[in-house]
Design a binder for this molecule. Structure first.
Ligand SMILES: Nc1ncnc2c1ncn2[C@@H]1O[C@H](COP(=O)(O)OP(=O)(O)OP(=O)(O)O)[C@@H](O)[C@H]1O
Length: 254
């Protein structure tokens, strides 16, 4: 398989009021086309900084990001990014927010409306099509943002803790929905989470980051798909992976 997205020797340093913070140091990662890569790490280890760089939103202090073999110098229309912050347009209702990427692609109105309604249903927001972002809960805004990102059918999806604010049941439903949409799509996913179970359930590969984006574990997940969260709990391979990753996260904090 070919590397779709790769970074080599990436460092990011922020300077604020004469104080420098290093968020990533000499970070390298190569993501193969069509794979689902989960990135696990504790708060503050540099995950969002890494995604901002992969999305071409920020320029690294040193090193480079390559997408489809070319140096990435800014946002790319093939790369969808679900950030942690709310980027829904406040003056558009849910339907028109989700339709937005399709408008930009010149998709005819009837098809736009059909695709958006389908995705709104898949993220559990049917009935809220004409609500504005201020009329939604935080979790609902997150789901609307997810539907909007999926509407654009980007070939690469970067997702920053998309399900972190949701209750367990909804999180489970959306994990399954995301897998249904992804399987067979050939989309490449980089999915950031704090949750070990979620990382293993979803990923073809789990990368665990320690401080400053140091990779402490990089494991291929060979569990067969479709995966069922309840069945995994008693699967010896899953249990061993879980222990390894829990230990790595603990060790990274020490
Ligand atoms: N724009 C910025 N200016 C200054 N420091 C920053 C900036 N962005 C991030 N940092 C610092 O870089 C480090 C990594 O932050 P980052 O947001 O990447 O962590 P994270 O792993 O995504 O955390 P979380 O899981 O809590 O979202 C932190 O110490 C943070 O304070």
């Amino acid at each position: 398989m070919t590397a779709l997205l790769s970074v080599d020797g990436l460092s990011q340093r922020f300077v604020k009021n004469d104080t420098a913070t290093v968020a990533l140091r000499d970070f390298s990662l190569s993501v193969e086309q069509g794979t689902f890569v989960s990135v696990l790490g504790r708060s503050g280890c540099g995950k969002s900084t890494m995604l901002n760089l992969l999305a071409g939103l920020t320029t690294p202090t040193s090193g480079e990001v390559r997408y489809q073999g070319k140096r990435l110098t800014g946002p790319h229309t093939d790369i969808g990014y679900l950030t942690q912050s709310d980027t829904l347009m406040p003056w558009r209702d849910v339907q028109r927010n989700v339709e937005m990427p399709l408008e930009l692609q010149g998709v005819p109105a009837a098809e736009r409306s059909r695709t958006a309604s389908d995705l709104i249903g898949r993220v559990g927001l049917s009935g809220f099509e004409h609500h504005y972002p201020r009329e939604l809960s935080g979790g609902m805004r997150r789901r609307a943002s997810l539907a909007r990102m999926l509407a654009g059918s980007p070939s690469t999806l970067l997702m920053d803790e998309p399900f972190g604010a949701l209750d367990a049941q909804l999180r489970h439903e959306l994990q399954q929905e995301l897998l249904r949409l992804w399987e067979g799509s050939e989309q490449t996913v980089v999915f950031v989470t704090h949750d070990i179970e979620e990382a293993i359930l979803l990923g073809d590969r789990v990368v665990v980051l320690g401080g400053l984006g140091r990779i402490v574990v990089d494991r291929r997940i060979d569990l067969p798909r479709p995966r069922n969260a309840d069945e995994l709990q008693v699967d010896a391979t899953y249990v061993a992976l879980y222990k390894e990753m829990a230990g790595a996260l603990q060790g990274a904090a020490a």
